[in-house]
Design a protein around this ligand. Structure first.
Ligand SMILES: NC(=O)C1=CN([C@@H]2O[C@H](COP(=O)(O)OP(=O)(O)OC[C@H]3O[C@@H](n4cnc5c(N)ncnc54)[C@H](O)[C@@H]3O)[C@@H](O)[C@H]2O)[C@@H](O)CC1
Ligand SMILES: Nc1ncnc2c1ncn2[C@@H]1O[C@H](COP(=O)(O)OP(=O)(O)O)[C@@H](O)[C@H]1O
Ligand SMILES: [K+]
Length: 481
């Protein structure tokens, strides 16, 4: 599991490390990492390193210092380096001196655009982890002129480091070199960061518990349920799906099918779409009503069941069975309208809520807003449930405050029915006995991989995502060490 730390925690860790490190050593280590990657980018995008032109955009803090030192290192490889200082009087003095000693030049702000337009690579050292708000107009004007690839130092300037939010002008980087720790921006706004390159500056021991976590392929592979020699169809956990209706049979088919794709145990379906589900997926044991559905180890309730009294009765029944419940779609609206339905839940029964932004607002009375991590954490505490907040990057919080981030793999999953596939997948993992926080994180990972595999550059339908689940699981397993 990869840890991600907020800027406050990174700063505290840096301070502890700085106290026992020779002055300037950390910055040079960081800057060396920037220079190495800049050279790699020049070779890749411009065909060579020596003789190429790099422009540094240099802000008032240590982020600008990193850029200036990186410029000095690049000079040693024969690169022409020009620095545009946004606040000349505040530019990092040692970095500036190093660049000048190495033969780099400082160009006046007014000449910045012309240098930027002729650059082979632009290094964004405008602002780092102390950034607040969007780019100021002088920086924004320069960034607008950039056509060359951009290498961001630590993070793309103008993007909020702890939320990934963009509220005005901001850099869109081709790649970002970050130091010591991944910060929230790198997983919450991967598009703005481009390729994220991690440079170890020795912070590891100082960091403590991460604020957010990301699952690696190895975590997903390790968590994925595997039948053993003594397993049978019941022992692997039976998934129950209460979804769909006569009017919306599709949600039932997609959710039940995703569970079938994700478990080698048994899937039961209960609802008005039993015939359609049986016809498409003969392996599903389908019945017309949840009240005679038989035992399951987890229920998925909600997609397409409607928000009236019949849907409410189904949800209340599922919540009273003493098994984990994944409440999605209409089930979330039911809870939002009638919170007392949750009284049916035994306090020890795990509940997982999987809202998209609209459902989240209905449920909590407030849109997630720019700080999605804070919003989902608060909702998990309030409902004493694991909450999976859907979106480009998906977040999973538990009541204790742990948050998993699943970085998007493109936007093809924004297609009708893809949420139904996610809830079926999640239900199968819950039924297998995975703890709900991990089950939701693993499901989000496989869902995103399946979306990417199904799309490969063209639109993917929910049925396509569904069909790609086995390959997504194979992919995660093959990437594990
Ligand atoms: N502490 C250390 O030893 C290390 C720090 N490192 C670098 O230092 C950076 C942090 O440096 P600082 O704390 O000096 O801060 P920054 O360089 O992030 O920025 C501070 C300055 O930027 C201004 N600023 C804030 N928001 C702005 C905006 N939206 N537009 C324009 N200007 C804005 C602030 O007023 C302040 O003057 C890290 O991101 C990293 O790049 C690395 O060198 C690793 C080692
Ligand atoms: N822009 C996007 N990029 C990546 N994934 C997205 C994006 N928008 C939505 N998704 C994902 O697609 C799924 C949509 O779910 P949902 O809104 O419930 O759809 P539906 O109700 O049609 O099934 C979620 O898993 C969500 O995280
Ligand atoms: K930056």
């Amino acid at each position: 599991m990869r840890g991600i730390w907020t800027t406050d925690h990174v700063r505290q860790a840096e301070d502890r490390l700085l106290a026992v490190t020779p002055e300037g050593a950390l910055m040079r280590r960081a800057a060396h990492g920037v220079a190495v990657h800049a050279a790699r980018m020049l070779a890749e995008h411009a065909g060579s390193v020596s003789g190429r032109r790099v422009v540094l955009l240099v802000g008032a803090g240590n982020n600008g210092g990193d850029a200036l030192w990186a410029g000095a290192f690049l000079r040693k490889r024969g690169v022409g380096v020009a620095a545009v200082l946004l606040k000349p009087e505040k530019a990092h003095p040692q970095g500036l001196a190093a660049l000048c000693r190495a033969g780099g030049r400082v160009v006046p702000l007014a000449d910045g655009p012309q240098w930027i337009e002729n650059a082979d690579l632009v290094v964004d050292g405008i602002v780092g982890i102390s950034a607040k708000g969007p780019l100021r107009p002088d920086a924004a004007e320069l960034v607008e002129r950039v056509t060359a690839p951009v290498l961001a130092v630590d993070l793309p300037s103008g993007v909020e480091p702890d939320t990934g939010a963009v509220d005005g002008a901001a850099v869109a980087a081709t790649a970002t070199v970050t130091f010591g720790a991944l910060k929230p921006v790198h997983v919450l706004n991967p598009e703005r960061c481009g390729e994220v390159v991690f440079v170890d500056i020795g912070l590891g021991d100082e960091l403590g518990e991460p604020d957010l976590r990301r699952l690696d392929a190895a975590d997903v592979a390790a968590a994925w349920p595997m039948p053993g020699p003594s397993d049978n169809k019941y022992s692997q956990g039976v998934t129950g799906v209460a979804a769909g209706s006569a009017a919306y049979p599709g949600a039932a088919v997609l959710a039940a099918a995703a569970a079938v794709r994700a478990t080698s145990g048994m899937v039961r379906y209960a609802g008005h779409a039993a015939d359609v589900v049986r016809w498409h997926w003969p392996e599903v044991v389908a019945t017309g009503s949840i009240f005679d559905a038989g035992r399951v180890q987890a229920w998925v309730v909600g997609p397409g069941i409607g928000t009236g009294s019949a849907g409410r009765d189904v949800l209340v029944h599922a919540l009273g069975q003493g098994v984990p419940v994944c409440a999605d779609a209409d089930a979330i609206t039911i809870i939002a309208e009638r919170p007392e339905v949750l009284d049916a839940r035994d306090p020890d029964t795990p509940l997982l809520l999987t809202p998209h932004d609209g459902e989240f607002e209905r449920l909590t009375g407030k849109a997630p807003g720019p700080d999605r991590v804070a919003a989902v954490r608060e909702a998990a505490r309030r409902f004493d449930a694991v909450v999976l907040l859907k979106g480009h990057s998906t977040l999973v919080a538990d009541p204790a405050g742990r948050v998993l981030v699943n970085k998007a793999r493109g936007s093809w999953l924004a297609t009708a029915g893809s949420g139904d596939v996610l809830s079926g997948l999640t239900g199968a993992l819950l039924a297998s006995g995975l703890e709900p926080w991990l089950a939701a994180g693993v499901a989000a990972d496989i869902h995103a991989r399946a979306g990417e595999l199904a799309a490969r550059g063209v639109p993917a339908s929910a049925s396509g995502v569904l069909a790609a689940i086995p390959d997504a699981v194979r992919q995660a397993r093959s990437l594990a060490p």
